[in-house]
Structures are given as C-alpha cells and as structure tokens.
Design a protein around this ligand. Structure first.
Ligand SMILES: Nc1nc2c(c(=O)[nH]1)N[C@@H](CN(C=O)c1ccc(C(=O)N[C@@H](CCC(=O)O)C(=O)O)cc1)CN2
Length: 292
C-alpha cells in the first residue's frame, strides 16, 4: 500500500515540542521568540503565505510581526530596514518574503541579514555551513522547505542512507540545499534539471525522487521506479476545463500514487512543513541567544 505522506500528521507530532521550546524561551528571556517578516509589494500569494506564517506563529507561542513595505520600495530602503532589524535585540529571526519586486536585488538583501537571524536559511553563511557540516553530523541548518522534507521522510520512516536520491530542479531555495541535506544523510545524490540528458531514465533510477521544477505533472508514472518515495515540491495553479481554480504539484499524483511506495500530496504535503520548520528555526535562533 502506498503511504501518503501528509504534513498534518507529521506536524501534529512536532507541535508539542515546538510549543514547549517556545515557552521555555519565554520563561528564560521574558518574551516570546520573535519573527519579523518583510513583505514588499502586493503579490497576492505572498500575502496569503505571510498571513499563514503569522497565524501559525500565534498557535505556537511565537511573536510574529509583518512589516509591509510599498511595491516601489528601493533597495537602499529595504537594506536599511534589514540593518535596523539586525541591530534590534528583540528580533530573533528576519525573513524577506520572496519574490521581491524587480528593482530589488534579492541576493544582496538576503545576505545583509545577520546570519544568526537567518531563519529562512538563505544566506551564504548558512549555505556554506550546510555544505560543510562534519560527516554524519546531526546539525540541521538550511532553507525551510528541504528541512521540512527531511522531517517528513524521518516521520514516515523512509531510509535515506545508501539510497539513490534524484532531485529535479537546481534552485538555491530547494534543489541545491535538498541535495546537500540528502547527501549529509548518506544518500547518493543526483541533481537533474532541464538540460539533463535522458532525464526520464535518470528519474526512474531514483529510490527517492524530489520534483521541484514548477512544471505541472512533469513527473508521470513512467518516470517512477515501483516502490520509490516521491516528494512533490511543485505548486502550480491553473483554471481547469470546468472553470475551477486548481492547485497541483509537479507530479501526476493519481497515476504515480498507484506505483510509488510513498508520496506527498499537493496541497497538504511539503508546503505546510515549510511554515512549521520556519517556526522551529525562529525558536532555535531565540534559544541560541540564551546559551551565549
Ligand atoms: N522568504 C521566503 N519566501 C518564500 C518561501 C520561503 O520559504 N521563504 N517559500 C515560498 C512561499 N512559502 C513560504 O514563504 C510557502 C508556500 C506555500 C505553502 C503551503 O503551505 N502551501 C499549501 C497550499 C497553499 C494554497 O492552497 O495556496 C500546501 O502546499 O499545502 C507554505 C509556504 C516562496 N517564497
């Protein structure tokens, strides 16, 4: 029987620990862990994601504030805001919601964040640490989406060590850090992408297949080894033939779930894990101050 790796079940198991950890921070420093989100512009999807973060923070005992800046905010103004938050002792985590408007160089802004407040796991310092952790280290740093995927795999008892992992997609936010995390856990890793030759053959060799391409249903049943674990990071919105709004992943779930050993649904799989790992990283950043 195929295991449907639902985030809800994994999150329920994580929730109590997160609440306890947040309460412990509050008892020690006299305030809740703080996450400050910078939202620039009026992207409707970003507004929803930021609202969801705020809601989740409240449920877990994390103080979250969103600073909403206008769409014409300059790079200099955004950098000044980041520097101000870096210097604010009451801010434990800083997140710049992506995407940002075109006039802003997201790389420069992200790397202006103090690495100790980089709860998104996007800075060069965090990236470097992720690729250089000691062998077999239990250290968990990096972006929240791949961290959430590792949590899901662990929760559902999927072995990683020694397995062939294929990641389709080479983004800095998902593909590359996912590769590092799976490698750190002992997988043999391939990063495939749009220029990969024989892509379908490469995907079919995977014991663990991670699809992060942003292309609706690019992974079909013919691309998946029977019994493989399939992780769908895609979030593709479209209007179907009946005029209904739909959200689907990069994997043809109906067909692939018939042959995979385990598979994440969209929605309800990887996405919600991202938000919960963000909270975990925020609590961790606040807790790190206590031990300093
Ligand atoms: N600074 C960041 N920006 C962005 C990130 C990020 O990790 N850091 N990731 C995405 C957006 N995102 C969080 O910010 C995010 C997207 C989607 C979900 C989610 O739970 N999705 C649901 C479906 C939601 C829906 O119906 O619209 C699911 O998959 O079940 C969580 C977080 C880009 N920007």
């Amino acid at each position: 029987m195929t295991t449907i790796m639902k985030a809800k079940t994994a999150i329920a198991a994580l929730e109590e620990q997160l609440q306890k950890d947040a309460a412990q921070v509050k008892a020690t420093i006299g305030r809740e862990p703080n996450l400050t989100v910078l939202l620039v512009g009026d992207d409707p999807a970003s507004a929803i994601y930021v609202r969801n973060k705020q809601k989740r923070a409240e449920q877990l005992g994390v103080d979250s504030q969103t600073l909403h800046l206008p769409a014409d905010t300059t790079q200099a103004a955004l950098l000044a805001k980041v520097h101000e938050l870096n210097a604010d002792d009451k801010v434990d985590g800083i997140l710049v919601q992506l995407p940002v408007p075109d006039q802003i160089d997201d790389d420069a802004v992200i790397n202006a964040i103090d690495p100790s407040k980089d709860v998104d796991g996007f800075t060069l310092q965090t990236t470097g640490r992720l690729w250089t952790v000691p062998k077999n280290s239990q250290e968990t740093v990096g972006p929240c989406t791949p961290l959430g995927i590792i949590k899901l795999l662990d929760f559902y008892g999927i072995d990683i060590a020694g397995k062939n992992a294929v990641i389709v997609g080479r983004s800095n936010i998902v593909g590359k850090p996912m590769a590092a995390m799976l490698l750190n856990r002992g997988a043999t890793v391939t990063i495939a992408h749009s220029q990969t030759e024989n892509l379908h053959e490469v995907m079919r060799r995977a014991d663990i297949l991670v699809a992060a391409t942003g292309r609706r249903h690019m992974v079909t049943a013919a691309d998946v080894k029977p019994g493989a674990t399939v992780i769908d990071v895609g979030m593709n919105r479209f209007i179907d033939e009946n005029g209904k709004k739909r959200l689907v992943g990069d994997v043809d779930f109906d067909a692939v779930s018939k042959i995979a050993g385990a598979i994440t649904p969209v929605p309800g799989g990887v996405g919600p894990m991202t938000v919960n790992l963000l909270m975990a990283q925020t609590i961790r950043a606040a807790a790190a101050k206590i031990s300093q």
